[in-house]
Ligand binder design. Sequence first.
Ligand SMILES: *Cc1c(COP(=O)(O)O)cnc(C)c1O
Ligand SMILES: [Zn+2]
Length: 400
Amino acid sequence: MKSFFTHLECTYCEKIHSSSEPQRLCVDCGKVLYPRYDLESAKKVFTKELLPHRQSNMWRYFEMMPILDERNVVTLGEGFTPIFDMPSLGAKLGLSKLFLKDEGINPTASFKARGLSAAVSKAKELGLMRLTMPSAGNAAGAMSSYAARAGIEAFVFMPRDAPEANQIEVYFTGGDLNLVDGLISDAGIISRQKAEEMDLFDVSTLQEPYRVEGKKTMGYEIAEQFNWELPDVIIYPTGGGTGIVGMWKAFDEMEQLGWIDGRRPRMYAVQSDGCAPIVRAFANGDEFATPWEDADTFAAGIRVPGAIGDYLILRAIRESQGSALAVSDHSILSMMKTVASSEGMFICPEGAATAVALTKFMAEGSIASNERVLLLNTGSGLKYLDLLGDIQSNLKGDSG
Ligand SMILES: *Cc1c(COP(=O)(O)O)cnc(C)c1O
Ligand SMILES: [Zn+2]
């Protein structure tokens, strides 16, 4: 297979960057770089008819991935996750076409596997042998796992109160685990310092150009799994936003490949009311988000006070006529129980947040009962057992 990857382009000032050497952010404006492809040439040979014969993971879209030599692909079988209907929750909400894409069954039990499979593969291709990142949790476990498989060193900077599962998986997969007193933004500052001191390559969300390419494959899969007619609505738990902007990028690429028409889902971003910088910026009509003070939520994946790709997230929401909404930890926890007990899926808090948001969007009339709605469950509830235990006892205490 041949990748049609050609170069990197700044998403803000459009400056072109070479892809044959390591790059992080735009050298002129400091914003996010996106991989670009020769879609004109790809269109002639990369047809969707090829896909049924391909492997059942995200590398089935290899032509649209940024790895040039297939031998550099570092994989644990990530992607091509199933989309389930949600009959019970759908009936409760009066929605006949409610679906959930279950990213919890990815390797490392979250969709971070996609981004890190792509980023570690590209690091291998570029000869980068020492990686670092700050992580709210799941990204660290994924980086450490893929790095182990590639024979690459991984350094992780994680808030001390990140889910225990993430700390343990980094330890077992051989990552150099450093716990930080503070939030992911504090961990990011230390990770960048260490990167300079120790010559590590920093693979923070959207601060290197390749994780988004792993996450964009969700967009390709959704199109393929919905038989090339995208759903009307996608609801996404938004932290750094790689997934939502990745899917939006995939839709653009697929339209240029002639795989889908111009109809797009409305993209709805969900955050916790304890950390909702994107929701606030959306409501204010701002182009960028100001960092959230004292971010607090047990949904670790969306406890991200500031996102470097904020303008890209806000663009995707606005261009798609979507919206952004914050939900409470209490409602997330109770939705986890509802979904697990009625659909048999032990989804993660971030995934449950999308279902809570759905109930609110329906109540305010912005989603209609005949629409096809897709929720993203981004990880497995099993990665949060320590936090869930605590919260359960707190809730019991609350109610006396
Ligand atoms: C990282 C993470 C998110 C947020 O993903 P972004 O693409 O960074 O917005 C949501 N859910 C889980 C479980 C995560 O690990
Ligand atoms: Zn730029």
